[in-house]
Design a protein around this ligand. Sequence first.
Ligand code: HEM
Length: 446
Amino acid sequence: MKTFPLVDGPRPDFAIGHLTQFGRDPLAFLERCAAEHGDFVALRFVNKPVLLLNHPDLIETVLGGNLHDFRKTIGYRTPFMRRLFGEGLLTSEGELWMRQRRLAQPAFHRDRIAGYGTAITGFAEALLREWRLSEQRNVHHDMMRLTTNVVTKTLFNSPPPPEIDEMGAASEAVMERFTKQWSLWRFFLALFPSPSSRRFDQVMTRLDRFIYGLIRERRATERDEGDLLSMLLRARDEEGKGMNDHQLRDELVTLMVAGLDTTALSLSWAFLLLAQNPAAETALHAELDNVLGGRPAGFADLPRLPYTEAVIRETMRLYPPAWLVGREAVRDCQVGGQTVRAGTSLLMSQWLQHREARHFAEPRQFRPERWLGGGLAGLSKYAYFPFGGGPRVCIGSGFALLEAGLVLATVAGRFRLTAPAGYEVKPWPAITLQPRGGVWLRVEPR
Ligand code: HEM
């Protein structure tokens, strides 16, 4: 691999380094670092060395690299991430992670997730029955409810539980808390009880009660409900051992939280982009009318809906739900021809790579066609990585693409969603890339 010169980032603030500059406006800060300092940028968050990797080859070395060299960053080990995810797949490391990934993988096999298609379309159709022509709706709110319904059905085969709104509230509380971490005084304040932390704890306690209740009930009946909970309950490692309740809880919460908000975001941003780009909307409608002729979409239709898939891919390029991933070097290692010391954090940003003119022509334009006909055949693997990459790549990517494709096809098959000229939504980089203030669109007939 070629050697990348390591260039110092913007001038650091004395004790804090770049932490507050980053925290004030993370996307603008990352863009400034890449534009003014290049592919491999040295930063400091308080006393922690941080490297920003802004080239696909560098990202591949880390994400696709040796699991013994890198682990997840400290961001995954904060008290509230631990409270939320425990030792689930997203946050665990080493032997535990490897065992759990092996146990969970079959639940995400293509044949298995194909069976969820009907449930997904059913929930989308139920949502559309609530929509009234000419009303303005917060489509992001709708998508969160929809993906929550899908996730509870596919994980637990349960009808939407009463806790459903609390789960929404939990994710808001989590976002609130997450964005409080970036400056030192806020970080310390966040260690003390506050209304938001108390609310977060209360919601987590109720969420745990709901999940442990389901686990107990299922263990008692031993019924195979065809859902992920049944699969995870039956999964056995090479020694014939399954998961205990605590581990199951951590995996279920992880799958629920990791899958619900990210997929909802990809849909909400897609509807906004379609409302802002009538030519793309027309092309999407033409494909849906040709292929489906008004009937609901199913799993088997997706290969015949390439434009629909391109809309999702292009949306996740411009508004990647995961906008930043991080790793920490656990021992001294080489990256881009430079020695990286143990303890250094390495940041890789989908937001930056996906909007990079070296990879994508007219990078800020929404052009789903770019994904069709092998137009991006030469694209480096890590120039576009909405689901991460390497051994810790998203386990739910197939599920997410299925859900997003079917929901998009169902909604766009029935309605147009429009926005007034000049309507913009600011992306808010919390744990995931949120639409600040929601996505308010008007329901129009096709
Ligand atoms: C559009 C939707 C989604 C996006 C953009 C997304 C993105 C990601 C990314 C970037 C990672 C890697 C994080 C890292 O390297 O630090 C990841 C991991 C993960 N995702 Fe997703 N995800 C999505 C949907 C889902 C769904 C539907 C599920 C489950 C039902 C899921 C479950 C997970 C899990 C368990 C991991 C951790 C995998 C491991 O470390 O073994 N995700 N996701």
